[in-house]
Design a protein around this ligand. Structure first.
Ligand SMILES: NC(=O)c1ccc[n+]([C@@H]2O[C@H](COP(=O)([O-])OP(=O)(O)OC[C@H]3O[C@@H](n4cnc5c(N)ncnc54)[C@H](O)[C@@H]3O)[C@@H](O)[C@H]2O)c1
Length: 365
């Protein structure tokens, strides 16, 4: 049973994507954002001033001593999720952790164990689940309108999208991998959640490193470091088989000679199929994107495609997820995206990276 707070007094660690977390704590009922911590004190101060956060820290361990603090969002580079989240949970605060949970399942297990041992909530920031079109599709699926979901293909593929070359994103020790752990994790999580979180059994995967080492296909995200290194994949493909016989085909890329960036999850059910897509304009010319949700049915013996026009959420569910975290803490509810779901994904990613190395199918442990 999760604890029930009367007020959420939250802090954020990491001032990059952490900005969305601050906004979420500020807009959630019964919550406030009392502090921001970043190793880069100037950045922390600037973001705190811009967004109206009263206190700034550069050492999160000092911040954790703030009286009454009961919730923290962890928004630091992937390799730091494990140690920082465990410190927060051991300090007695509930945690919302950015994706991915960790850099491998062994680290992730320490985090879910720490949540259990301390009786605190560990929730994943799987923001794509909180997008209105995802929520609507989930309602259709739960109402049985797609029938049994037995196959899906999903991915996030970029054409020129290597983030922060030489910085933490492209350094294996800090990131745990390339686009598979960075981008595909979003769509794999969304797809598995839509399919009812089936139990993964076996993976077969391949990874490629064709452009990163040549410093080609760089994207606008992250902080580059020309003196840094590039030792992660720039593309990954794979197949995951689940205990009930379902399969998912997955692809991820930061760099590939494709038409344009594409983010998608396409589901096949015994009654209907569905597709959630984000299609982008031409790289470097048109950064706009269009989200679509379509359902493919057979009505009166005729194949029918229904396009569901959903009011888009420009924050891509990032703020709504933080509001949900607060709501769960105030009502003593289990979150929609618990840390254990993040751990299941890490077990799959471990198996996929292992399969890519060995060239063989690998069982998920
Ligand atoms: N959900 C999403 O849509 C989304 C988008 C981008 C990034 N992310 C995830 O969020 C996390 C952060 O990514 P980002 O893009 O914000 O990276 P970033 O590099 O822009 O920001 C990370 C910040 O953490 C700070 N930091 C590092 N170590 C710290 C420490 N020990 N204490 C305090 N601050 C520390 C850095 O100074 C930096 O400002 C990653 O895990 C990434 O995968 C999620």
């Amino acid at each position: 049973m999760a604890e029930k707070l009367s007020k959420v007094r939250a802090a954020v660690i990491g001032a990059g994507i952490g900005k969305f977390h601050i906004k979420g704590f500020q807009s959630a009922a019964g919550a406030e954002c009392v502090a921001l911590c970043d190793l880069n004190g100037d950045l922390a101060k600037q973001v705190a001033d811009d967004l109206g956060v009263p206190q700034v820290f550069t050492d999160y361990k000092k911040m954790l001593k703030l009286p009454g603090l009961n919730a923290v969002s962890v928004c630091v580079p992937n390799a730091l999720h494990g140690p920082v989240v465990v410190d927060c949970l051991n300090a007695g605060v509930n945690v919302l952790c950015e994706k991915p949970l960790s850099i491998n399942a062994a680290e992730g297990k320490k985090m879910t164990d720490a949540a259990k041992a301390n009786g605190k909530m560990l929730m994943m920031q799987f923001n794509n689940r909180y997008r209105p079109e995802s929520q609507l599709l989930k309602s259709y699926i739960d109402a049985g309108e797609l029938g049994d979901l037995y196959f899906a293909r999903c991915g996030w593929i970029r054409r020129n999208g290597i983030p922060g070359w030489g910085g933490w994103f492209t350094t294996h020790k800090m990131a745990g991998g390339g686009p598979l752990i960075d981008l595909a994790v979003h769509m794999l999580d969304l797809t598995m959640w839509l399919m009812g979180n089936p139990e993964p059994v076996t993976c077969m995967a391949a990874t490629y490193q064709k452009f990163g080492p040549k410093m080609e296909c760089l994207g606008p995200w992250g902080t580059p470091n020309k003196k840094g290194k590039y030792d992660v994949e720039d593309m990954a493909v794979g197949m995951i088989r689940f205990a009930g016989g379902q399969t998912i085909l997955l692809e991820a890329s930061w760099a590939s000679r494709i038409k344009r960036e594409w983010v998608y999850s396409t589901l096949c059910g015994t009654k209907a199929g569905a597709s959630l897509e984000r299609v982008f304009g031409f790289d470097g010319v048109d950064d706009s994107s269009i989200d679509t949700l379509e359902v493919f049915t057979q009505e009166h013996g005729v194949p029918v495609n229904r396009q569901l026009i959903v009011e888009p959420d420009p924050a891509m569910g990032r703020i709504k997820a933080v509001e949900h975290f607060c709501d769960c803490l105030l009502k003593g509810k289990e979150p929609l995206s618990p840390g254990t779901d993040g751990l299941r994904i890490m077990k799959i990613l471990d198996a996929m990276y292992q399969s890519a190395k060995s060239g063989k199918a690998v069982n998920v442990r």
